[in-house]
Design a protein around this ligand. Sequence first.
Ligand SMILES: *Cc1c(COP(=O)(O)O)cnc(C)c1O
Length: 380
Amino acid sequence: MQKKYLLAPGPTAVPPEILLAMAQPMVHHRSKDFEPIVASVKEDLKWLFQTRQDVMILASSGTGGMESAIANTLSPGDRVIAINGGKFGERWVKMCQAYGLLVDEVKVEWGTAVDPAAIEQRLKRDPAKAVFVQASESSTGVAHDVKRLGEIVQNHPGTLLVVDAVSAMGVFDLKTDEWGLDVVVTGSQKALMLPPGLAFVSLSEKAWAAAEKATSPKFYFNLKRERDNIRKNTTAYTPAISLIIGLQKAFELLKPEGLDGIFARHRRLAHATREAMKADGLELFAKGSPSDALTAVKTPEGVDAEAVYKALRDQYGITTAGGQDHLKGKIFRISHMGYADTFDVVTAVAAVEMVLKGMGHAVTLGKGVGVAQEILLNKS
Ligand SMILES: *Cc1c(COP(=O)(O)O)cnc(C)c1O
């Protein structure tokens, strides 16, 4: 037997309370067994998103939520700006192209955050119907400054800011209404501690106005239909009933901690992980603005990051993530989002040290662990 630990940036570990809640016998969605559950989670989603707007619940992975954002607010031929600083930024570009949008792609060096001033200049020079960005780019472990982008885009009445917050919502502060985030998308399998299968999308009044004019084809992902339904505590089609029951349980676990508590926990875990990796002589991949959702770690010259990732998994049962594209073999990524706490970090750091030592690399066992423990110590 080998005990398994899931420390990947999605899907993330699911608490036993949620697993048990989801194991209940099936109920019918058009019934009093289920509608009160929708009524409760829809309010909690507004709390999580920090919005007064409706948050639509879709049965899809996060990418489906991203697609719904495009299909519902834009039309073929629209000019848009897509910020591409990693695999998920690249996904925005490809999806926009699939919908016949004219994409002005802003390539950002992987590991760095976009310079909002560059977006401001582009918008002044050439108007765009939307700016697409990741709040947290999970392939590089970088957070883009969506607050600043919101300030910029709010000065352009014809432009929407569309935010992929799949690995950001419930990790760090995202004030949807206050910051002018027009479309915000998240998914169930990251900070919400659920299995994959749900996407959540909010639209600002500005985005709903754009939706009135958008002519892109859509059927399943028709957000107006979903809004009409969620207002009646239901969904247009059969919802992922078990996952929504799990979501209610997730909110039961998260709400007592409060948004500030949730953000502080992620900040603390991220800080401890980063400092521990540095103490072990490893370099962080994110230059500047690291995301609190995950830590991308560079391996030293001559140490294959893919081998580290595989040894963590095969020798110690710990699933992290490797690097994608040109980062394959160069980085591995440790998640600390969602159902994560002190000993997930301690476990991850200890295992990285053991793997590196096992590979013959010069590392002092316990050095990074000690640094993490100092940071995570409850000083009461
Ligand atoms: C996980 C993730 C997604 C969604 O991917 P799916 O596999 O479709 O759920 C989108 N964006 C980011 C930044 C992510 O981390």
